[in-house]
Design a protein around this ligand. Structure first.
Ligand code: AMP
Ligand code: ZN
Ligand code: FE
Ligand code: FE
Length: 294
């Protein structure tokens, strides 16, 4: 294996990934082992609405030699539309507004998943136990991916992606929303917790429409630091549009794989972030949480 440097000119930086502490399929140690195989220098762990995986980062960094950016993908909601915001280098303290909002979202996620299973079970062979059987380890972040995996195990659909398009889609009969703060409240809470906020995949094709520009600009006014421009769900036109918005508002531009293990086709390192941008992120954070280096 080639030697890698952790100096500021390290250049393979992926700022978006999930472990089995949320809806990824790999544990944190395995995630970083795979990051090394993908020749990454730096990987951000950004599980949905939880910092539970952070305690495993020092050991994962030591074993893999890949530096870690502790992060979260915070759920927020605007007019029934889910808006994800990456919170990098935040203070993980349980006393913050951010921690309280995430705890509410996690609780609501469980109630929502139970309700969705109830609705689905009227038409398909699926029980709540089938879903909890798909939840890795001790995670408390239950999402549609876990229901999707249970539907695959029950033979209702061939794979996770089919479950999302056929059974779990927001416009379908079984979808139930969960509580999440507004995007503006989330951006403010991330800033209060000393972190850096990056709106995740704002042009995601899995949503019915792009994030409205007016909302993006309101988020900027609330303190948004950047836009995840380079993401597999953005086509060339979308990437160009977002790059222009970022330039106009002097926002940071990031890229990330949004890796979910075997649960999604995304490959580690398929989208990257420039080293200067990571330096700006580290310089902006006021939380005391830093990049974990080997
Ligand atoms: P939820 O937050 O529970 O509504 O579930 C949505 C999450 O499922 C998003 O964060 C996606 O990243 C994730 N997801 C995992 N696998 C898939 C897939 N195959 N298709 C669409 N979304 C997926
Ligand atoms: Zn996810
Ligand atoms: Fe997301
Ligand atoms: Fe994600």
């Amino acid at each position: 294996m080639s030697e890698r440097s952790d100096s500021p000119d390290s250049h393979r930086i992926d700022l978006h990934s999930h472990s089995s502490w949320s809806d990824g399929t790999t544990g944190v140690g395995e995630l970083f082992a795979q990051a090394r195989s993908a020749a990454l220098d730096v990987l951000a762990l950004t599980d949905h609405d939880t910092v539970a995986g952070w305690s495993e980062l020092p050991a994962a960094v030591a074993a893999s030699g890949v530096a870690a950016v502790p992060g979260i993908e915070v759920s927020s909601e605007h007019e029934s539309c889910s808006v994800h915001i990456l919170a990098l280098l935040v203070d993980p303290s349980p006393d913050s507004d951010l921690a309280a909002e995430m705890a509410s979202a996690r609780t609501s996620r469980v109630e929502r998943a139970r309700r969705m299973v109830e609705l689905i079970s009227a038409d398909h062979p699926l029980s709540w136990e089938d879903v909890t059987a798909q939840v890795a380890g001790e995670t408390t972040v239950i999402g549609r991916p876990h229901i999707a995996d249970a539907l695959v195990a029950a033979g209702v659909v061939p794979n996770r992606s089919a479950a999302f398009t056929e059974v779990l889609r927001p416009s379908g009969p079984y979808y139930v929303p969960y509580y999440a703060p507004s995007p503006l409240a989330a951006v403010r809470a991330i800033r209060e917790a000393g972190g850096v906020s990056i709106v995740a995949h704002p042009g995601s094709v899995t949503r019915d429409d792009d994030l409205p520009l007016a909302l993006l600009e309101a988020m900027v006014a609330a303190g948004l630091d950047g836009i995840e421009v380079d993401h597999r769900e953005h086509d060339e036109a979308e990437t160009a549009r977002l790059r222009e918005v970022a330039r106009r508002h002097d926002l940071l531009i990031t890229g990330g794989s949004d890796f979910h293990g075997t649960g999604k086709p995304n490959r580690l390192g398929e989208n990257l972030t420039a080293a200067e941008v990571l330096e700006s992120i580290a310089a902006r954070a006021t939380s005391g949480t830093g990049i974990i280096r080997h």
